[in-house]
Design a protein around this ligand. Structure first.
Ligand SMILES: Nc1ncnc2c1ncn2[C@@H]1O[C@H](COP(=O)(O)OP(=O)(O)OP(=O)(O)O)[C@@H](O)[C@H]1O
Ligand SMILES: [Mg+2]
Length: 391
């Protein structure tokens, strides 16, 4: 018997089985012919059976019962009842109930039998093909829908971002315009010199803010779009922290805060972009100072051997962050409502930090206990990572 057995025949009469064997041997599909219902059922699990043809009157089971069993095992198999004249009514009932695909009456005509079986095979293949095509179409449809939703979402975000940016740019611009308008009256001698000095100060502050905003937005969009591939070089994180501390210490002390460094000696070098990581440190330390009224800011460095990464923690004794606010922190332009009413900043700092770390294949996260302070931690991978380009 060939490899691909597609037809299974069950009949209890040995002479019928023999003539079917002779008749079907030349057919293009493999055939398994037996008088034993149990053996027949066992074949179904082992071969890709497409069509089952069964006699109706047999000692152990009826054809209808046997075909019901076949249906339970595999409902896709086409079931044919092979029956004598006396059982035609039974066969018709079974067809009407959908239990049987069709029947072939005995005695049969060789040519007709072959044709009916071939047709049944073709029908099975067609149904199978349709099912596969349908599944494929559905899958493609789903993929298309997902891609569409993702695109819509991106456009929405893009729109929201653009509108926030224009709003954020307009505010300082309005202040500058106002200051300049009033200053022009100064030329006409309408205001005194001390008022003028105050207005120039307002204008200067807003020009600075505007410049910073533009730089931040450009940095962020360039990094997000992947246009800017940042270059990484082996460097010592401790050195970056120490350099920055020179600048930040006076700022902390100006607020009556202590800036403490707890740096692990012999920290391994890691691939990083010194400017970008300094920017991350500056924002984290800047935030810690900004949002802490008393106590200290502690910067810790540590090599996590298990994860093979250098970890930097910036811990403060400030107001802390509520757990429900944590997911909002890294969003663009997000400044928490309870931030000491109007603190300086644009709310882009942490979004930029997150992008920078993503560009290093690193990570940034936060641990905070409201009222007790916050800890921001970032990690830089030490080991080789394939996608990191070095320069
Ligand atoms: N150490 C901290 N303690 C308490 N709240 C913090 C701390 N760091 C950040 N936050 C909260 O997260 C918000 C977002 O911080 P982020 O650095 O992104 O923006 P920003 O500091 O307000 O502005 P920018 O950094 O752009 O000047 C802050 O406005 C503040 O509400
Ligand atoms: Mg900040």
């Amino acid at each position: 018997m060939g490899e691909n057995i597609h037809l299974l025949v069950l009949d209890d009469e040995e002479n019928i089985l023999n003539s079917l064997r002779r008749l079907l041997i030349t057919e293009p599909y493999g055939v398994f012919i037996t008088a034993d219902p149990a053996e027949a059922l066992a074949v179904i699990g082992r071969h890709k059976i497409k069509v089952v043809m069964s006699d109706q009157r047999m000692p152990k089971t009826s054809g209808i019962e046997f075909l019901a069993e076949v249906k339970r095992k595999d409902p896709n198999i086409l079931r044919i009842l092979f029956t004598g004249h006396a059982d035609i009514q039974v066969a018709e009932d079974a067809i009407n109930k959908g239990e049987v695909y069709r029947f072939i009456s005995k005695p049969w005509n060789d040519g007709d039998l072959k044709m009916i079986l071939r047709e049944a095979m073709q029908r099975f293949d067609l149904v199978q093909e349709n099912r596969e095509l349908f599944a494929l179409t559905q899958k493609q449809n789903q993929e298309l829908q997902n891609a569409n939703a993702a695109l819509k979402n991106m456009i929405e975000k893009e729109k929201a971002f653009t509108s926030t940016v224009s709003h954020e740019l307009r505010t300082p611009l309005a202040s500058i315009k106002m200051a300049v308008d009033i200053l022009s009256q100064c030329l006409q001698g309408k205001i005194d010199i001390s008022q003028a000095a105050r207005l120039i100060d307002v204008a200067k502050k807003n020009v600075d803010r505007l410049a910073r905003l533009i730089t931040d937005v450009l940095t962020l969009t360039r990094m997000e779009s992947g246009v800017e591939k940042i270059k990484l070089q082996e460097a010592q994180v401790n050195e970056l922290i120490q350099e920055l501390a020179l600048v930040e210490k006076p700022v902390a002390e100006g607020k009556g805060l202590l800036l403490k460094l707890e740096l692990e000696p012999f920290l391994p070098l890691v691939p990083l972009n010194a400017d970008k990581i300094t920017q991350v440190l500056a924002n984290l330390i800047g935030n810690a100072i900004k949002f802490t009224e008393k106590g200290e800011v502690t910067v810790t460095s540590h090599f996590n051997k298990e994860k093979d990464q250098v970890e930097v923690r910036v811990q403060d004794t400030g107001r802390g962050i509520a757990p429900e606010d944590i997911p909002k922190l890294f969003q663009k332009f997000k400044q928490l409502e309870n931030s000491a009413s109007k603190v300086e900043g644009t709310g882009l700092g942490l979004a930029i930090c997150k992008e920078i770390l993503a560009n290093h294949q690193g990570n940034i996260w936060i641990e905070s206990v409201p009222g007790k302070g916050s800890t921001f931690i970032f990690a830089l991978p030490h080991g080789e990572k394939k996608e990191v380009s070095r320069g």
